[in-house]
Design a protein around this ligand. Sequence first.
Ligand SMILES: [Zn+2]
Ligand SMILES: [Zn+2]
Length: 375
Amino acid sequence: MTSNHDTTNIEELLMNLVPIQSASYKTELMQEAIDNWLYEHDLGYTKDKYGNIYVTKGHADLYPTMVCHIDTVHDINKHVTAHKTSSDIIYAIDQSTGQQYGTGGDDKVGIAITMTMLQQYDNFKAVFFLDEEVGCVGSSKCDSSFFDDSTIVLECDRRGSSDFVNKISSTKLYSKKFSKLIKPILKKWGRSECTGGITDVGEIARVNKVMVANMSCGYHNPHSNSETIDIAQVINTYNLCVELFNLTINKRYEYQSLSDRQESYGYTGRMYGGHFHNHTPRINPYYFDDKDEQTEQEEPHFLDDELYNDYEDIVSLPDNCPMCNEQELEYDEMTGEVWCYSCGAYLQSENLNSFNDEQNQSNKNNNQQGTITFK
Ligand SMILES: [Zn+2]
Ligand SMILES: [Zn+2]
């Protein structure tokens, strides 16, 4: 039951995790912090060749399982401190400039929730993956058999507080029947099912039949210096996961075969929404590097070509929707278009181009804002 779980630790965990600096391919400090935390909590772990950290707590036939990623998109910055507003929003400050800096809530929230699960359950499995932000590099090399005795696998690695991801590209994360089963819980916690961007559970779904899901978990404005964490939303997400794990505790939920979870017609964004079409290798559509803001010609972060057969467009999203001005822009992988979660508008390239012009103009003026480019 949810009420048996003690979530008072989550806030402290988050405040402790935010200053720990961890960029893709430079995750040593976070690895060390997790190693120490596991040692302090008497939890053994193993690592695969890549360095992903696997934890099994207890002895059971089946285990609820949670995964998260330990890299962030933010450059290592030794001057970062964690702060909290009176309404329990965590933000970070770069003390060398006095400016706001990314908290790395993407995916330190996932780390905090995973750690709390490991404390609260007697039998539990978890993986801390490396280098998700550069294309699920860690999880694409995972030991797939680790998940053979998982009931289900959950990940908390999405912005906002309302989404529950049931599909990534053409890979179904869980079945219609499973969707029906969990519907009352999703409704209770205000979640809507949707298609989501690539993350580690999508990689697990490629190699293991187990049902998986990803969800919003209370971080906002990821991949930017204004990234924040809403503590109440993190705790809500924790409780949602507990209810899902408890509902599924005695049974393994899996597809009959790996091919069953692939959408048979397997179309990608390439076939739709030609506005943003190009032929560059797939990248995380949210990825953009703050230090490249002024140099829009700089090459984006390409992924290992061989990891993916399909390609995707490069889209750097503006912070605000040009139509309603809310910060809720999403990249729809199915159509290859950008849409606003808040006002529902699918943004045409013209809207974004005018945004681009404005941005370029304001760049000239104040040299601060990011740019948006379509190549
Ligand atoms: Zn991210
Ligand atoms: Zn993430």
